[in-house]
Design a protein around this ligand. Structure first.
Ligand code: HEC
Ligand code: HEC
Length: 418
């Protein structure tokens, strides 16, 4: 904050005071406050998941609701969603103004990034696979380790995270203030005199809640159109719910129970082979507060462990939704598998890859993962069924972004200096 203020002060008094006014309002929304967004939504959806699980061991597969739950403190409106869309695609909400949310959540790459590790902030590579934001409004928590509890709180951690957006509140707020169209839109949507950064995250969350897919073959089938699945897919469904046991974790409307498990995904080889990837791995271990021993010895992602530093959480990740997975390869928290065939082979082997590698945290590996004895035909049926969780690809052209304009003319600035 101080540093940016000083820099701005040097560029002209009038400009500086107008911008710092804008920044003062922006500054109220520090990370601590952003994280207070949790709201009631999260509690409600988690209760729903838990109730389902308690009743029948696991919830049945279900039709996708047309809209995710909308939090009471961030109602949807067309103008807000439109603003959120612009901001989602706008690289000025980041450190060096070169990387936007859409850079790593590219509509043409399944609203994710089609490499094992996500691309990172320039000069870095991320340490986890980029998750699709498709249907993300339906999740009670975000990230592979479920570490934040609302989209409103997720957005700033993405825009500011060291290997993601690496942005700073002050400078991002100042940039928004110098874009007349944003000033007008924030005023209209939120009543802000100058755009408040906290409201940028609200608008982005509202936009994300509109990126959903409901018209998939499985939804039609579950709604009564028995012709919506092929014979192969119907056989795959029986395996999914029976012999292969996938339903134990991939259930409900999202085909995810949103619980955390270690299913045996082997550690990323890139941490042994790629220096840049190693740097991020060490950085993340350090940033998330590993103890000295873990920091020096860990060879695999500790996952949910960081939430409470409990040994029993080592290597656990949130069950991902199976929706839209036709477009989101590679799979798993570290992109270990590039095809659904590899995923099914991995499960069939009891959580081992083709080289016999498994999790770096064997003690916490789930007992639910065991060899399945599926034949090649059965594997084919299962894969065909997983494809029924995806409808047509949903694409979106990058919007034209509004331009900067000086807030004051040179004459006004000169006038103010007198
Ligand atoms: C440099 C790449 C990068 C950028 C930039 C980025 N993300 Fe992400 N995003 C990721 C990765 C990687 C993950 C998974 C991270 C993890 O689990 O630790 C993720 C996860 C998410 C999730 C969680 C989805 C789920 O299934 O829980 C959401 C939502 C999301 N990002 C939205 C955003 C928004 C909004 C922005 C812009 C403000 C953004 N991201 C910027 C790479 C990026
Ligand atoms: C014990 C719970 C559990 C069971 C049983 C289970 N899964 Fe998973 N599944 C998970 C978890 C957790 C992950 C993420 C693991 C990670 O990234 O380390 C996952 C990941 C996946 C993915 C990758 C999705 C993505 O977006 O990257 C697919 C596909 C998948 N599972 C399909 C299946 C199939 C098919 C079966 C049945 C053969 C199955 N799962 C059984 C919990 C489970």
């Amino acid at each position: 904050m101080k540093k940016t203020m000083k820099t701005l002060m040097r560029t002209g008094t009038l400009l500086a005071s107008a911008v710092s006014l804008a920044m003062l309002s922006g500054c109220e929304s520090t990370t601590a406050k952003d994280e207070g967004f949790k709201g009631t939504l999260n509690a409600v959806s988690q209760t729903a998941v838990a109730a389902n699980n308690a009743a029948s061991g696991h919830a049945p597969l279900a039709v996708m609701p047309s809209m995710p739950p909308i939090p009471a403190d961030n109602k949807q409106s067309d103008a807000k969603v439109e603003l959120g869309k612009l901001l989602f695609f706008d690289p000025r909400l980041g450190g060096d103004a070169s990387i936007s949310c859409a850079s790593c959540h590219d509509p043409e790459q399944g609203w994710a990034w089609a490499e094992d590790f996500s691309r990172g902030y320039p000069g870095t590579v991320h340490w986890r696979n980029s998750q699709s934001i498709m249907n993300s409004g339906h999740y009670p928590g975000s990230f592979w380790a479920n570490s934040v509890t609302s989209l409103e709180a997720q957005a700033p951690s993405a825009a500011k995270g060291g290997v993601a957006g690496n942005g700073e509140n002050d400078i991002m707020t100042a940039r928004l203030a110098l874009i007349p169209e944003y000033r007008q839109r924030f005023k209209e949507v939120f009543g802000d005199d100058y755009p408040r950064i906290k409201n940028a995250w609200r608008a982005i969350a509202a936009f994300e809640r509109t990126i959903n897919q409901t018209d998939t073959p499985i939804d039609s089938y579950l709604s009564g159109d028995k012709g919506a699945l092929s014979a192969e897919q119907v056989r795959g469904k029986a395996l999914f719910e029976g012999k292969a046991g996938c339903i134990q974790c991939h259930n409900g409307a999202l085909a995810s129970d949103m619980e955390m498990y270690n299913i045996g995904v082997p550690p990323a080889k890139r941490w042994e082979e790629d220096g840049l990837a190693q740097i991020t791995f060490r950085f993340e271990l350090y940033a998330k507060g590993s103890n000295e021993k873990l920091y020096r010895s860990a060879k695999a992602d500790p996952g949910a462990y960081f939430r409470g530093k409990n040994k029993w959480d080592l290597g656990k990740f949130r069950t991902p939704s199976l929706r839209y997975t036709m477009y989101t390869a590679p799979y798993m928290h570290n992109g270990a598998f590039y095809t659904l065939e590899e995923v099914v082979d991995f499960y069939n082997a009891g959580g081992f890859d083709e080289e016999g590698r498994t999790t770096g945290w064997p003690k916490t590996k789930s007992k639910l993962i065991k060899p399945l004895g599926l034949t090649d035909d059965e594997k084919g049926d299962l894969i065909a069924f997983i494809e029924s969780f995806s409808g047509d690809e949903i694409l979106m052209a990058k919007p034209t972004l509004p331009e900067y304009a000086p807030m004051f003319t040179l004459d006004e600035l000169k006038e103010a200096k007198k």
